[in-house]
Design a protein around this ligand. Structure first.
Ligand SMILES: *Cc1c(COP(=O)(O)O)cnc(C)c1O
Length: 419
C-alpha cells in the first residue's frame, strides 16, 4: 500500500510518451513551405516512402494520413485479394470473419468493421503479450473458412511470428501486421512490418518517431502499392477529367507532415536505444518487488521498447474493482494494484496508463467472439490472458527525454506502493 512520504511532484509533468524534435524536421517543413509543395505530393513524401521501404526491407511504401488509414487500406487489399471486388457499399470483408489480436488499441480492428467484416478476437500469451498461436490454431479449428489475420506487435514487442505464420500457412490465411507501435523492432533479423502480406506503420505524435500524424503501408507487391496509392487519392482514374470506377478515400500523407517525419528518420535508432535504456533502468530499479516487466523473446527478437510496462504478481495484488469508467481498490500492506500505483504516480505528476483494455472487454465489441486456448466464448473464459494482464499490468512513463533522476523518483514511488 502506498505510504506517502510527501514525495516532491515534478515541476513539469513526466509523460508516458511524447515527441522529441531534433532540428532537421524544421528544415524539411520549411523546404516544403518555400517550394510551395504544401499538399499531398512532394519530395518529403517521396523520401519518407523511400526511407521506410529501405528501413523495413520491403520494396514499396505508400505514405498515408494515419496508421489507421494504413490498416484500412491493408484490410481492403486483403479482402479484395481473398474475396474479390465488393459491390459498392458492401465492403471488401462484408460479413466475413477476420481474426485479430485482442490485446490492442481499437484502431487495429476498427478497419475490419469499416470494410463490413466481423472481428473475432484471439487471446494473448504471457511471453510477449501478443496473439497466442495456440489460441489462433483453436480459432481455425472453429472457423477454417477465415482467411485474414491481423497481428499486432504490442508496445513494440514482436509477436511469436514463426508460430503464428505456421498456423496461418497451414490454413491458407494471409497476415496483416499492425506494426504501428513497433517501428524498428526486429524479429529473427527482420523488421516487423515485413513479415506478412502488408505491414502498417504509424507516425502519430506518441509513437517512436513522428510526423505529428501519418502512417505508412509497406508491401512487396507493386500492384498492391499502386492500388493503395490510387484508393488513398480518391480513386481517380487516368483520364483528363475526374473519372471514377472505384470507391475513393482521402488518405494521402501531407508533404508538411512528411517533412517532420523525414527529419526524424535519422534518429529512429537513437530513440530505440533511449527507450531500451529506460526499460533496463525500470527493470533494475524494480528488482526485488513482486513485479515483472513486459516480456520479450530475448533470443529471437529485439523490441523497440516503445513503452515500458510492469505486471504485478497475482499474490501481491490488493483488491481492485473496475467498472466501465472508474476503478477502486482496498489498500493493503505489502500489496498494491495498477489503480493505486497510477494514483501514486499521479501525486508526483508522472503519467502512467493501464494496459490497453482488451477488445473483447470493450462495450462496442462485447458481442464479438473471443477465442482462447481453451475454446470460444462470448464474455469471459476460465483462461482469459488478456483480461489478466489488463487487471495486473500498467504502462510506465517512457518518453525518450526522461532523465535517470526522474525515473529514480518514479521507481521510489512504485516501491512505496508495496510497503
Ligand atoms: C497508434 C496505433 C494505431 C493507429 O495509428 P494512428 O497513426 O494513430 O492512426 C493502430 N494500432 C495500434 C496498436 C496503435 O498503437
Amino acid at each position: 500500500m502506498f505510504v506517502n512520504k510527501n514525495y516532491r511532484p515534478f515541476e513539469e509533468k513526466v509523460w508516458l510518451a511524447k515527441p522529441f524534435m531534433h532540428g532537421p524536421e524544421q528544415t524539411y517543413m520549411t523546404e516544403a513551405y518555400e517550394t510551395n509543395w504544401m499538399t499531398t505530393a512532394g519530395k518529403n513524401i517521396e523520401e519518407v516512402e523511400r526511407l521506410t521501404a529501405e528501413k523495413i526491407g520491403i520494396k514499396y511504401c505508400v505514405g498515408l494520413s494515419a496508421g489507421t488509414a494504413a490498416l484500412h487500406m491493408a484490410l481492403k487489399l486483403a479482402g479484395e485479394a481473398v474475396y474479390g471486388k465488393p459491390k459498392i457499399g458492401f465492403g471488401a470483408l462484408f460479413q466475413k470473419k477476420v481474426f485479430c489480436s485482442d490485446c490492442t488499441f481499437d484502431a487495429s480492428c476498427n478497419p475490419i468493421v469499416y470494410e463490413g467484416g466481423i472481428p473475432v478476437f484471439i487471446d494473448t500469451e504471457y511471453e510477449t503479450w501478443n496473439m497466442d498461436p495456440e489460441a489462433l490454431a483453436k480459432a481455425f479449428k472453429l472457423y477454417p473458412e477465415v482467411k485474414i489475420v491481423v497481428i499486432v506487435h504490442l508496445y513494440g514487442t514482436p509477436a511469436k511470428m514463426d508460430e503464428i505464420k505456421a498456423v496461418c500457412d497451414k490454413n491458407g490465411a494471409v497476415m496483416i501486421e499492425d506494426a504501428t507501435e513497433s517501428f524498428g523492432a526486429v524479429y529473427r533479423g527482420r523488421q516487423t512490418g515485413s513479415l506478412g502480406m502488408a505491414g502498417c506503420l504509424s507516425a502519430n505524435g506518441n509513437k517512436i518517431i513522428t510526423g505529428t500524424a501519418g502512417g505508412m503501408l509497406v508491401t512487396n507487391s507493386f500492384e498492391a502499392s499502386r492500388k493503395v496509392k490510387k484508393w488513398s487519392t480518391q480513386s481517380r482514374e487516368d483520364a483528363p477529367w475526374y473519372q471514377h470506377e472505384e470507391l475513393g478515400y482521402n488518405y494521402r500523407m501531407s508533404n508538411v507532415v512528411a517533412g517532420v517525419l523525414r527529419g526524424q528518420f535519422p534518429y529512429l535508432e537513437e530513440h530505440i536505444a533511449l527507450k531500451k535504456r529506460i526499460y533496463e533502468r525500470y527493470k533494475k530499479g524494480l528488482e526485488g518487488l513482486p513485479v515483472s516487466m513486459n516480456p520479450y523473446d530475448e533470443k529471437n527478437s529485439e523490441p523497440n521498447f516503445w513503452l515500458s510496462c510492469m505486471l504485478i504478481k497475482p499474490e501481491a495484488m490488493c483488491k481492485q474493482v473496475r467498472g466501465e469508467r472508474d476503478s477502486c481498490y482496498v489498500p493493503e500492506h505489502g500489496k498494491s494494484c495498477p489503480t493505486e500505483i497510477l494514483e501514486a504516480m499521479g501525486f508526483i505528476r508522472a503519467e502512467g496508463r493501464p494496459i490497453w483494455k482488451p477488445m473483447h472487454m470493450q462495450p462496442i465489441y462485447r458481442r464479438n467472439e473471443f477465442i482462447g486456448r481453451e475454446g470460444s466464448c462470448l464474455g469471459s473464459s476460465s483462461l482469459d490472458v488478456g483480461m489478466d494482464i489488463f487487471n495486473r499490468g500498467l504502462c510506465l512513463p517512457s518518453h525518450v527525454k526522461m532523465t535517470g533522476e526522474e525515473q529514480n523518483r518514479i521507481i521510489e514511488v512504485i516501491r512505496a506502493c508495496f510497503e
